[in-house]
Write a new protein. Structure first.
Length: 228
């Protein structure tokens, strides 16, 4: 009931003030840290982007949010590749990367594939491991979309504010390395990518890939890099 009341209040606010006021509410850091569930917030974001596309019929000018939205704080995404149309309103570049992954076959050769001027896919093969010696990583120039074509891989994720730097950011590598801070009171989020599941990591999402699910196994992985 509380969540329904919140949606109705925001929709009423949009009717009088416009989506340019409403949409940032769902993309804000404060709401991301609220008590609402990730699934609830994702569903609201999808609903609002869909309503935004219909807004012109009500005589209001819909604001442009898709380009700036990928440059602001967003939640990490974990979902099945069959649901990619859900994210069409987030970014055309992210959708292009997800569409590439949806059509990728297990026999895709290793290498770099330029999807468009702002999006590329990197295909590689390796064996997962119980511990990643590099720890967590995060990027500033690109969003990571990670997907496994063969096998399964476990990935841990924590917000950067819960981590401490072990290797300063390198612009050439677009990466900094991290370890869990001694004062962190936040449990690691763990997900398994593969068998149709992918993950999207934004600059504020520290992530530790290449971990085994049960025992080490050979995987073929695609990392799509989306330019910010």
């Amino acid at each position: 009931m509380r969540e329904l009341f919140h949606v109705l209040r925001l929709l009423l606010r949009a009717r009088w003030q416009g989506f340019d006021v409403l949409l940032p509410c769902f993309f804000s850091t404060n709401l991301r840290k609220s008590a609402f569930s990730e699934a609830f917030l994702s569903a609201c974001q999808f609903l609002l982007v869909t309503l935004q596309s219909k807004w012109k019929t009500l005589g209001r000018k819909a604001p442009t949010v898709l380009r700036t939205e990928t440059k602001t704080t967003r939640n990490m995404i974990y979902d099945n590749i069959k649901n990619i149309e859900t994210y069409a309103g987030i970014s055309s570049d992210i959708l292009a990367g997800l569409s590439f992954l949806k059509g990728a076959k297990a026999d895709l050769e290793n290498g770099v594939y330029q999807i468009n001027p702002r999006v590329k896919a990197i295909v590689s093969e390796y064996t997962t491991k119980p511990v990643n010696e590099n720890g967590y990583e995060a990027h500033r120039q690109y969003i990571d979309i990670q997907f496994v074509l063969k096998g399964r891989e476990r990935v841990c994720c924590l917000p950067l504010e819960k981590l401490k730097v072990t290797k300063p950011y390198s612009e050439a590598d677009d990466a900094a390395l991290y370890d869990v801070s001694e004062t962190t009171d936040c449990p690691e989020q763990q997900m398994v990518i593969g068998e149709g599941y992918f993950a999207v990591f934004y600059p504020q999402d520290g992530h530790m890939p290449q971990l085994c699910v049960a025992a080490p196994e050979a995987v073929k992985k695609v990392v799509v890099k989306v330019k910010l």
